[in-house]
Design a binder for this molecule. Sequence first.
Ligand SMILES: Cc1ncc(COP(=O)(O)O)c(C=O)c1O
Length: 392
Amino acid sequence: MPRVSERISAIMPAGKSGWEIHFHALARVQAGDDLLMVTAGDHDFDTPGETVEACVGALRTGHHHYSELGGREALRAAMARVSAQCTGVETSPAQVLATTGGQGALYAAVQASCDFGDHAIVVGPYYATYPGTFRAAGASFTVVDAPPETGFEPVAADIEAAVTPRTRAILINTPNNPTGAVYCSATLEAIADICRRHDLWLISDEVYWTHPGEAKHVSPRALAGMAERTLVVNSMSKSHGMTGWRVGWLTGPEDIVAPLVGLNLVTTYGLNDFVSHAAVEALDRGYGVDEITAVYSVRRKAFLDALGQSQGFAVHGSKGGIYVMLDVRAVSPSGETFAWDLLAAEKLAVMPGESFGEATAGHVRISLCQPEAVLGEAAVRLRRFVEKKLDG
Ligand SMILES: Cc1ncc(COP(=O)(O)O)c(C=O)c1O
């Protein structure tokens, strides 16, 4: 076989993926073992029925053809309206590129901001695909971790210290996966200031913007001088219960979105026609959005209440998004050891914090994508396990 390009081989380096415990538990569940899993970030419920019906209707009425490369006109208009709500900045359809999920928007943002050999700063803890997305562009990156002590709010001075002459972009994510941190205005203003002074793009992943919990979602795009240098990653996956539909979008200045239509030309050739029709209706009518937001708010609060307080763990971040992050350093040398021991002792699978970078070492992530009864039982098992560890 001829050689595979280095760029493609580097996207997912060989070795540990961080998802070993998830796949181990999944295989056991599929073999009939009665484990509880709170690892993955996909909803335990289906897409709202109205959205499904809109898609079926579009299929029945002949929407089977190619659609516009940057997204159907009505879709870009609907996405622009939602972007205006998400970011607080008036948005035109020409400032929006429809993509295959939030991941497609991330890919587009990185491709458009970084040339081969450029450098970016990834604020951690981060979503698992970020490193590979920069590798796919041939760009290098430095991870700057937000520490648990600040509730995983990034420290601007640490970010600025990582800026090099080749730095082109900073990537942040609020509300955050995996920590549930919801960055405050002061943090975002400090990061925006770095971007303005060093003339950098700010890639702002806001796919959890409808899940701010009790906090307020602030988009850096709304800050002074930032609309011209912010690329907002958005998606219908987490807000509209549509993970498998693969609909997302990037919002940014028209001058970067226009050439990005060329990226859609050579990658996806545009979104599915019938899915696009359903997406317009779901965006315009907000199918499921309030209900899904409420589900996760109720689950977050109920889970944290059930967990209570203990000498054996501490909760950092966990204000929004769809995850809770537990610091278990008081009872275990690592999140990974804790997670495997917990699985053995209590038949409960959680994600080791090490899977998301250094800052969440010694932590475990609990996904709220399970019914309340399962989350309640998970809290009981976690607590029991920690108490036993404390008793020695
Ligand atoms: C922080 C973050 N960004 C982006 C994505 C990708 O979203 P999508 O599923 O729409 O591709 C996810 C998915 O879990 C995520 O957690």
